[in-house]
Ligand binder design. Sequence first.
Ligand code: GZL
Length: 371
Amino acid sequence: MKLKKILGLGLSAALALSLFACSGGNAASSEPPADDTPSASEPAGNTDSTPTPEGNEPSGEVINVGFAQVGHESDWRTASTKSAQDVFSEANGYALSFVDCDNDPAAQLDAVRSFIQQGMDYIIIDPIQATGWDTVLTECDEAGIPVIVIDRTVDDSDKYVAWVGSDFKVEGLACGEWLKAYAADKGITEINALVIEGSVGASATIGRTDGFKEIAEREGWNILASQSGDFTEAGGQEVMESYCQSYAGQFNVVICQNDNEAAGAMTAMDQAGIKYGVGGDVILVSFDANRPYVQMVCDGKINANFECNPMAAPTVDEIIKALEKGETPETEVYVSEQWFAAEDNVKTITVNGQEQEVIHVTQDVVDARPY
Ligand code: GZL
């Protein structure tokens, strides 16, 4: 198995220029990953040390990819991992080295360094935390191994060739705008919210927290507490149990920053005899919109769910295949996401000047969910 090296400086400089040129468009592209991902029958990229010049077909040799995944903390993560394993398959011309970093930032850095040692052709990272990356990404750059970041963001280094993921602040803003419209329609004049945040230091947590807080401050809502449930069901239950003790009778909204925390929060509120969801005393909101939780929206247990699309791998495949052919790929791609609600009283919301439909969840909507 011949492992490819791409000239570090030459490639980085060229890609840095393309990154600069492409990053002018900050507007989120809501285009879903293109569905023209090369089919399994198309040859893999070349394996020599420079990108293929125009016109030369890739050699068809295997592309070696190392993927340092956050962990296995949530349904969302499972979907993200499955998408990567489906796309970076032997049939698609890849040899995937996958490391589940178990939510441990140090283990994730070790995984990336092991990929460098193994001489991977490409390294994919979903960063557990947004900072602490520049040293190891410099090592990747010096080794001439292009890095592609997916999902969460790296906020303290630009030494990667592309990023594919979500605008987490938009997700938080959408949650706030929906809640404003929903409360107005229901005649709710006071919002006393409890927030169960995701993992500390994760860009998903930072963005969703900042977005919701911005609307809460604009609308004069009270955020009674905001603690991390670490994106897990156990974490969500533990925080909600504490909230039920400390804020009994004081809250009418619970914001869970992912579905698994919402599952834990529901268990805690059931145990405390608190009625949530449609017709309940507490409005329950979640993020991710994995199918089982969109079903809960349909069933009225969750009032609204803001999708975070885990299917970045098909777009990463396109980026790698473009690089293999010496083309300049998209270097910043936002995955498309939808907003779901149990009732149809809020038809659309507008975030950053962009109006988007709020999908009223019926069983057909649930059945059509891809993950
Ligand atoms: C967000 C992703 C988050 C999900 C959680 O893009 O990183 O991590 O919202 C997952 O479910 O644990």
